[in-house]
Design a protein around this ligand. Structure first.
Ligand SMILES: CC(C)(COP(=O)(O)OP(=O)(O)OC[C@H]1O[C@@H](n2cnc3c(N)ncnc32)[C@H](O)[C@@H]1OP(=O)(O)O)[C@@H](O)C(=O)NCCC(=O)NCCS
Length: 174
């Protein structure tokens, strides 16, 4: 059964495999950590930074909560929640980031991650979340619409991984 859990040291090797799959397959819609950076000390080295992000103590970074998706022993993917609606979030990364490791896609995990993630958003007091999705990312568009996403508009956007693209802005009301 899929669960969203807080980052923890037991799943670091699974997280590294997930990142390797994303880099090897040139996933552009959601870039995880460069797997080359994930050595034996990576988790303890980064823990404080992630903890501080949750309370907004990292300057220039939005408050964000990072979850890992696991199914028993297996690392499946991740879910990120940003609880503020700053101008950067509205026209950039949106409230939610999520991904499934390439070898586990198409099995219903993405839908389940987003579904459980929406409950987490609600627990954080949010009444709506924004998903900003590249128009070409038809699988994510499909999953978002299936879970109630309402297309608000499409805007021109740019980031290093995706380049110039059209971004669909979807609200999901909780
Ligand atoms: C988006 C993502 C998380 C979906 O995960 P997943 O585990 O493959 O998703 P699911 O298996 O739950 O659902 C996939 C859905 O897309 C549908 N689908 C697959 N290929 C499709 C296509 N070419 N056109 C339309 N729908 C398609 C499937 O039929 C399924 O829908 P259904 O359950 O209604 O039949 C995954 O593709 C991913 O990690 N992509 C890279 C990162 C990313 O894009 N993150 C989102 C950024 S906004």
């Amino acid at each position: 059964m899929l669960k969203l859990i807080k980052r923890c040291s037991e799943y670091v090797s699974g997280y590294r495999e997930y990142c390797e799959e994303a880099f090897d397959n040139r996933v552009i819609y959601f870039r995880p950590t460069n797997p080359k950076l994930i050595d034996n000390e990576w988790f303890s080295r980064t823990k404080d930074w992630y903890d501080k992000k949750e309370s907004g103590q990292i300057q220039g970074q939005p408050i964000s909560f990072h979850f890992w998706a696991v199914d028993d022993e297996k690392f499946i993917g991740e879910f990120q929640l940003r609880t503020e609606l700053t101008p950067e979030i509205l026209s950039g990364i949106g409230s939610i980031g999520y991904a499934v490791r390439v070898s586990e896609q198409g099995k219903g995990y993405g839908t389940e991650i987003l579904k459980q993630g929406l409950l987490i958003a609600k627990e954080h007091g949010m009444d709506k979340v924004l998903l900003n999705i590249n128009e070409q990312n038809i699988v994510s568009v499909h999953v978002c619409e299936k879970l109630g996403g309402k297309l608000t508009d499409k805007i021109e956007a740019y980031n290093d991984a995706e380049g110039h693209h059209i971004m669909c802005r979807y609200w999901i009301y909780l």
